[in-house]
Write a new protein. Structure first.
Length: 296
């Protein structure tokens, strides 16, 4: 790609990148920003369904280009345009208080919901009415860590490409298929038709997660619906699920936050699916008598 250019805050490339902080510009250009070495490294390695590189442009300070030479070299080899810029320019483009010297411009990478269903997923996280971008990114990271096959964001949830969501995913955005803008009714009906049992996570659920595990009912394909941070899932969404499950609170905590509850539920499913016969086979308990469990 030749020698990287040194650009100024008024460069058209900087102006275009800065605009991607706003959702309407992201949607129009179908581009988003990925900040920091971890996110950029994962973006460099990722290719879209069309086989094209996801990272198309990289802004870096001279110092960061030296520190992360392997990332910059890989980006250049993948065909990304490299821009060297002073700290003031990176501060203009970055959405963080302390920029780390690397900001990538990436192509949208969400997958069609139909493609996710066609892959016959065994573990899926569905984010319904999730409005906080940090929580959305963190749940995506939890799903990735638990080995989920996909994440679905409904049409009432936050933008997947919000800079806070991308940062909070810590690179996991580039690891697993994510569908966006799916109506919750369509998400539930599609997953059900694909043979996936749909569970709604709710602190007031009639079913207890410990009992579900002890009964051995969670070893099959499962999707978890996670709701809004403040008011959970609306009744009409809970009614769509095969069961409404609460995470038991054994201590005195009032509740769990969204990301923590999601991690507990996803890892419970992952464990059940990896244990022959379900978790009840591992514990030897099949009658739900595995000890006390308090209400959520």
């Amino acid at each position: 790609m030749g020698t990287p250019e040194l650009i100024s805050p008024r460069s058209p490339r900087v102006v275009a990148a800065r605009r991607l902080a706003k959702r309407n510009f992201r949607s129009k250009e179908r581009l988003f920003l990925a900040e920091g070495p971890q996110a950029v490294r994962e973006a460099v390695a990722h290719r879209g369904g069309d086989g094209l590189p996801t990272l198309v442009e990289l802004f870096t300070t001279v110092e960061a280009a030296e520190r992360y030479a392997d990332i910059v070299d890989a980006a250049r080899a993948a065909g990304a345009r490299i821009h060297h810029a002073p700290d003031t320019v990176l501060a203009e483009v970055s959405q963080t208080v302390t920029p780390q010297g690397l900001v990538g411009v990436c192509r949208f990478l969400d997958s069609p919901f139909e493609d996710i269903l066609a892959a016959r997923p065994r573990l899926v996280a569905v984010l319904a009415h999730v409005r906080d971008p940090g929580n959305a990114g963190t749940v995506l990271r939890c799903a990735d860590a638990a080995g989920a096959d996909a994440v679905v964001l409904t049409d009432a949830s936050v933008d997947l490409y919000n800079p806070k969501s991308v940062r909070a995913s810590v690179g996991s955005l580039f690891h697993l298929p994510v569908a966006v803008g799916v109506p919750v009714e369509r998400a539930v009906s599609g997953l059900g038709a694909a043979g996936v049992r749909v569970l709604a996570a709710d602190g007031a659920g009639e079913d207890d997660l410990d009992d579900e595990l002890d009964a051995g009912t969670m070893s099959g394909p499962t999707a978890w619906i996670f709701g809004n941070e403040a008011w959970g899932l609306p009744e009409e969404t809970r009614a769509l699920a095969d069961a409404v499950v609460r995470v038991p609170i054994h201590g005195r905590a009032e509740s769990l936050n969204l990301a923590t509850a999601a991690a507990v539920c996803l890892y419970a499913s992952a464990r059940a699916q990896r244990t022959p016969g379900g978790c009840s086979a591992a514990t030897g308990r099949r009658d739900g008598s595995g000890g006390p469990s308090g209400p959520a």
